[in-house]
Ligand binder design. Structure first.
Ligand SMILES: Cc1ncc(COP(=O)(O)O)c(C=O)c1O
Length: 559
């Protein structure tokens, strides 16, 4: 019973009865950046936040995103129940931890890894970790490979009378192509592991194993000499090496020791990991991991250097096992001896809400014991190999739920259906046309294996509008379809052709595809009508809407 004599209760009654939208909150401009002194009632603040986030795109119309936003209602209940549970305190929440550790264990075995042994378990070794997403997963893998490089390097040099130049200059490098996700560059920058990055071109959107072979076999001096002879890749590689290994810009000006070092040091001795992607973000293709493995195996046979591959299977890892069963078309898992670690995004085609990825290792020896933290202060004794410390348990349990609930057959049914819809969409995109060029688009993604349709304007097509304009116009019909430039020679300022991308997630049904392609065709018609051009007597083209501004001044000149 409310006590209306009590002033505090009166305030509560007033608060309770005032309709939400009659509150000051909705008439006073909100300052996002200041914590106010007074509290507010929860219903008002909740409605205020709902109003803001409802302005965002719905995930279902954001077709460029791989992220899952639908799970079983039964899993929603698990998510709610575990929402306040932290996933780090393994002695407080041993059952949650056991289910969480089962996630990488299941995935690692699925990819052909060697399971954790009893001895490994007793010695706190690991074969994988659940992470916040693929970025953290990739970082953990690259940290492990960098550490292995240092350990191997130290083993060789600690007892030798090695030339001190090696101690001064040697440091681990990464090698990958510009088709990797930006989180690879982030790792390189944040963890200070310089990367030798191959540029891409119209002919090749993927890493070229022959190029990797060529440069890995070069000494630093060879790279310098090739750079002097205008080899563009060598030029960029030498710039990284010179800066990061503290060598002179012009090596011929170096000391006798520096030149001797550069002649004896080969890139295969410095590269601690080569990266490849199964399901590239930009073009929806797979790097040739098997060919890369073969190159590295031959380098190992010829030189003794073992270079591991990390496979970024963020978007492909839950799909390719079904579109490429038994690795019949290409190998990419632990069946290849150089593949030492793989990451996958549970929150993409593992169909978990955002906030879960997994990294798995070939065996328990990949992550050195010194990288595995022994946590004792939380009242137990357990190990941790993560970048973050505290994280929520809900998405970890959701990942476990899906693995149990779907099983391989369930994942196969959903994800092969996604790829069937990929092919359906690709077929329809190829028919979008205008009245002068006919069919406008070429699909460049690998629609046999990956759930992504990426297309660009066909070469020779002549239109007076851009894919960015098409993307903007489609927003009027509610679709978010990114138009972006492929990163050919720069990841920060992409300079390749423009493409558009649809990720054919589980909710991108055939019905939705029909509606989308109708809207794309109608947007193309609108753009064509808006940008129809006139041709001058000399054959010059002018946009019709600019006609009034154009004056013919003779001799073929228009001003
Ligand atoms: C190939 C690839 N690798 C890594 C990532 C980063 O994953 P996350 O967003 O889970 O950190 C993405 C994200 O889209 C990706 O497509």
């Amino acid at each position: 019973m409310l006590n209306t004599e009590n002033p505090k209760t009166l305030v509560d009654v007033d608060n309770y009865l005032t309709p939400t939208y009659a509150r000051d909150y909705f008439t006073v401009p909100n300052d996002d950046l200041t914590i106010e002194q007074e509290s507010k009632d929860p219903r008002t603040v909740q409605q205020g936040i709902f109003n803001r986030i409802d302005l965002d795109a719905r995930n279902s119309s954001d077709l460029g995103s791989c992220i899952c936003d639908y799970m079983d209602p039964e899993c929603d209940e698990i998510v709610k129940r575990a929402i306040g549970k932290v996933y780090i305190d393994h002695s407080e929440y041993p059952q949650t931890s056991a289910l969480g550790e089962a996630v990488p264990a299941m995935i690692q075995q699925w990819y052909g890894g060697t399971p954790l042994t009893k001895a490994g378990e007793n010695n706190h070794r690991i074969i994988g970790t659940v992470t916040i997403g693929s970025s953290e997963a990739i970082m953990l893998a690259l940290i492990a490979h960098r550490q292995n490089w240092y350990d191997a390097w130290f083993e060789v040099y600690k007892n030798s009378n090695a030339d001190s130049e090696q101690w001064i200059h040697d440091r681990p490098l990464l090698m990958y192509a510009r088709d990797v996700h930006t989180c690879w560059n982030k790792y390189s920058l944040y963890y200070n592991v310089p990367a030798l990055v191959f540029n891409l071109s119209d002919d090749n959107y993927l890493i070229d194993p022959a190029q990797a072979d060529k440069y890995l076999r070069m000494s630093i001096y060879d790279v310098f000499s090739a750079a002097v002879n205008n080899d563009e890749t060598a030029g960029r590689f030498y710039e990284v090496i010179q800066q990061e290994l503290r060598l002179p810009q012009v090596l011929t000006n170096g000391t006798t020791q520096q030149i001797a070092y550069a002649k004896n040091r080969y890139l295969h001795q410095l590269v601690c990991c080569v990266g490849g992607v199964i399901g590239t973000t930009f073009t929806g293709q797979g790097d040739p991991i098997e060919e890369l493995n073969n190159v590295l195996a031959q380098i190992r046979a010829d030189t003794g250097s073992f270079i591991p591959i990390h496979v970024d299977a963020a978007s492909g890892g839950f799909v390719v096992p079904f579109t490429n069963p038994d690795e019949q078309d290409f190998k990419w898992t632990f069946t290849l001896p150089h593949v030492s670690s793989i990451n996958v995004s549970n929150h993409k085609f593992g169909m978990v809400y955002p906030g879960c990825g997994t990294v798995v290792f070939r065996n328990e020896d990949v992550v050195r014991p010194e990288l595995i933290y022994k946590i004792t202060y939380l009242g137990g004794n357990f190990t941790d190999y993560t970048v973050n410390f505290s994280r929520g348990s809900s998405m970890v349990l959701a990942a476990y739920y899906n693995l149990k609930r779907f099983g391989l057959n369930g994942f196969e049914k959903i994800n092969t259906q996604c790829v069937a819809n990929t092919q359906y969409l690709a077929g329809k995109i190829a028919t979008v046309s205008d009245s002068t060029n006919g069919n406008l688009f070429t699909v460049i993604s690998d629609t046999t294996h990956y759930p992504m349709v990426v297309w660009q304007l066909k070469s020779g097509v002549d239109v007076n509008w851009t894919l960015t304009q098409l993307s903007n116009l489609l927003q009027e019909s509610g679709w978010k379809l990114p138009a972006y430039q492929l990163p050919y020679t720069s990841s920060e300022v992409p300079d390749g052709p423009y493409v558009m991308r649809v990720v054919t997630r589980q909710d991108v049904s055939a019905e939705k595809i029909d509606l989308l392609v109708e809207d794309i065709q109608s947007a193309v018609n609108t753009l064509e009508a808006q940008s129809a051009f006139i041709v001058s007597p000399e054959g010059k083209k002018f946009l019709r809407k600019e006609q009034k501004r154009v004056a013919y001044v003779g001799s073929g000149d228009y001003r």
